[in-house]
Each structure stands twice: as C-alpha cells, then as structure tokens.
Design a protein around this ligand. Structure first.
Ligand code: NAD
Ligand code: UD1
Length: 348
C-alpha cells in the first residue's frame, strides 16, 4: 500500500524535473524509475549492464506506458556521463550504480574501489562541471559495521568490515567534504537496511545474474526448485531463535523514501545521511516460515555454520527519517514475500 499523502506531494512537486538514475536498470534503480515516472518526473537511465539485463528497460516502458531514455555506459566514462547530464538537462541525480557483493569485494578489492569510488568521483566531477549539485546516494547499513547498540541510529560510529563497506564510507566522506567546500551542494546519503520485494506489476524485481548471496533471492530459487535448500548461516546467535535478525524493507517503501529525500533537498543544502529501514527485525527462520506460508511453497533448509562477517542482529532507528523526511515504511513482511514471489515465480 502506498503512502497516499506523500504521493500527493511527490506528484505536485515533480514538475517534469529531469532526474538521472545511475544503475537505473538494476534492482533498486528500476523500481525507483517506475515510481518517479508515475509521479511525473522525467527520468534518464544510465547503466553499463554489468549486473542487469537490458530487457528491464522494455519492461519499465510497459509498466509506465512511456518511452524512457536509456544510455548504456559506465559512470567511469567521464566524457559520456558529462555529455548525458548536459544533453538531458539533468537537475538531480540518484546514484545507484555500484558493485555490491561483499565476498567478491574481499577477493577483488581494486575492482570495488575502482568501480564504486572511482565511478562516484567521475560522476560527481561531471555534475560539478555541469553545475548540477543535487544527489541522492545509495549507501548501506553496512557502514555501521558490527552494531554497538540497537536500534542503529545515524550517530552510530562508522566502521566497515570489508572493502564493499569501505567504498560506501569513502564515498560518503567525499560527498561530505564536497558539501563543506561548496554550500550549493544538496546531498542525501540513504543507508539502506535489507531491501526485498518487487513492483506490484510483477514485471520487474531482483534478478541477480549469479547464484544469490542474499537471503530472499536464494529462498525464491529454492521455492522454485532450482536450488535444493537454503543454507541457514548459524542458529547459535543471541537471538530469539538463534538465527540472524535483519531489518527487511519493501523496495517500494525504499523508493518512496528516495522521493521524500528529493523533496527534502529542495529546501536543504549540505550533506545528510538517513537510515531507510522499518525499525523491525526478523530472523532467517521467520523469513523462511512467512515466505513459505504466504506463497504456499516448500522451502527446505539446513542449519550450517556462520557466514564470515555476519552480525547477529541489525535493525534501524527510523526516527530521523520520520522527522526529516516525513516518511516511514508502510508495507509488511507478507507483502514483501508475495511481491518477490510474483515476479520471480514466473521468470526463468
Ligand atoms: P544492482 O546490482 O541490481 O544494481 C546496480 C546497477 O548498477 C546494475 O544495473 C549495474 O549494471 C550498474 N552498475 C554497476 N557499476 C556501474 C558502472 N560503473 N557504471 C554504470 N552502471 C553500473 O544493485 P541494487 O540492489 O539495485 O543496488 C543499488 C545500489 O544500492 C548499490 O549501490 C548498492 O551498493 C546499494 N545497496 C543495495 C542494497 C541491497 O540489498 N540491494 C543494500 C544496501 C545498499
Ligand atoms: C549483506 C551484506 C551487506 C550488504 C547487503 C546487501 C554480508 C556479510 N553483508 O547483508 O554488506 O549491504 O547484503 O547486498 O554479506 N542468510 C542465510 N542464508 C543465505 C543468505 C543469508 O542464512 O543463503 C542469512 C544471513 O546470515 C543473514 C540474513 O540471512 O542473517 C540476511 O542475509 P543477506 O540477505 O545476505 O543480508 P545481510 O547479511 O544483512
């Protein structure tokens, strides 16, 4: 269910503003595109398809019933990104493009620093050169490292435990320095907790190219019979049922948080960082049980050893988001599971 009051405001304020979505063909970027277009924004997608499929572009056009501009390219290509910003008269950027596999970042850190940090540098320089100074950046709860207290608020110390997490901290620091150097910059870093679920249409969703690392896409592959069972990484944590607890948020709620952030930046300069989560924690077992109940599927699982780098419990303090953005998540776990299943059960 949408937050109708916020949607009225999004639609009123959109005024055909032209927004560039880096990583716009990916999971979160494509869902953001659908909502931004629905609210009346003009959207340009920019993606190198390193972790996504061009067919998402067609599906977005089907969902929105509109022609959508798509530039295939890499954000590290300074000339191309600069030309795109200028050509489409872009007024703000939502920066989703990035690599996000934690294990791979440990194996190949340079690829992550180059793509995520180098790519962000190239994008920000191109924005500065074109005098575009409004950006919403996809950060992650991973910047908090091992939680020192719960719920995790935005004042929690930052400490990454892998190269992926460090790229997010470095980019945030670069953006914060930029805001200090030039008060015209309006920067929002959104620290996502665990986005899952999909668009109501069932036409777009999370479809990782490789065997999924994250829990929900893995559960779906098991429910479809493509993988035998979910490996539950540990049941000896200090949690009610021993399995890891996370703050899962519906991707459409997450996207509405981005739209609220865009409105916030209309009247606020400087660097801001805000958590996007629900404030609730669910265990791995609760996710498997709820998924299997609401989708009427069998999800066999086996308890295996803990995964390196996992924390026992992580969930957000959402007070800041409520106070500053007037936004809070609305959709429940059942909706998250059903929407994820709707799109993935029909795809190959
Ligand atoms: P995704 O992989 O589905 O989407 C990212 C998109 O960026 C892909 O389409 C990929 O092809 C593109 N891309 C990557 N590097 C690029 C480059 N150099 N130039 C152009 N395009 C490039 O991932 P997602 O889940 O949609 O994540 C979006 C952002 O949110 C990422 O920055 C990610 O780190 C962050 N994030 C995601 C999660 C999550 O659980 N999904 C959690 C926290 C933060
Ligand atoms: C992981 C990353 C995090 C990243 C986020 C989004 C790690 C340590 N953390 O978060 O940095 O921002 O993805 O990309 O990789 N689980 C299983 N079996 C599985 C998969 C997961 O039991 O096959 C458990 C995990 O142990 C965890 C929970 O499910 O308790 C959620 O895992 P996941 O979806 O990978 O998200 P995070 O670990 O929170």
């Amino acid at each position: 269910m949408k937050n109708l009051k916020l949607w009225e405001e999004y639609t009123r304020e959109s005024l055909h503003l032209s927004i560039l979505l880096t990583g716009g063909i990916g999971y979160i970027g494509s869902h953001a595109a659908a909502s931004l277009i629905e609210a009346g924004y003009d959207v340009v997608l920019f993606d190198n398809l390193s972790n996504s499929d061009a067919s998402v572009h067609n599906r977005l056009e089907k969902i929105t019933n509109k022609k959508i501009s798509f530039v295939e390219g890499d954000i590290r290509d300074f000339e191309l990104i600069s030309k795109t910003l200028n050509q489409y008269k872009i007024e703000a950027v939502m920066h989703f493009a990035g690599l996000k596999a934690v294990g791979e970042s440990v194996q190949n850190p340079l690829r992550y620093y180059d793509n995520n940090v180098g790519g962000s540098m190239s994008l920000i320089r191109a924005m500065q050169e074109n005098n575009i100074k409004k950006i919403v950046f996809s950060s992650s709860a991973t910047v908090y490292g091992v939680p020192q207290y719960l719920p995790i608020d935005e004042s929690h110390p930052l400490s990454a435990i892998n190269p992926y997490g460090r790229t997010k901290i470095y980019i945030e620091e670069i953006l914060a320095d930029l805001a200090i150097s030039d008060p015209d910059w309006k920067i929002m870093s959104l620290r996502y907790f665990n986005p899952i679920g999909a668009h109501d249409s069932g036409l777009i969703g999370e479809s990782p190219k490789a065997v999924p690392n994250n829990l929900m896409p893995y559960i779906i592959k098991v429910a479809k019979g493509e993988l035998a069972k979910v490996n539950v990484y540990g049941d000896d944590y200090q949690t009610p049922d021993g399995t890891g607890v996370r703050d899962y948020i519906h991707v459409m709620d997450l996207v509405e948080g981005h739209m609220a952030a865009l409105l916030f930046l209309n009247n606020h300069s400087g660097f801001h960082a805000i958590n996007l989560g629900t404030g609730n924690g669910y265990s791995v077992k609760e996710i498997i049980d709820t998924f299997s109940k609401v989708t009427h599927t069998k999800v066999p699982y086996e308890i295996v050893g803990r995964r390196d780098g996992d924390v026992a419990i992580s969930y957000a303090s959402v007070d800041h988001a409520k106070k500053l953005l007037g936004w809070q998540a609305k959709r429940d776990l059942k909706e998250m599971c059903l929407s994820a299943w709707k799109v993935m059960s029909s795809s190959k």
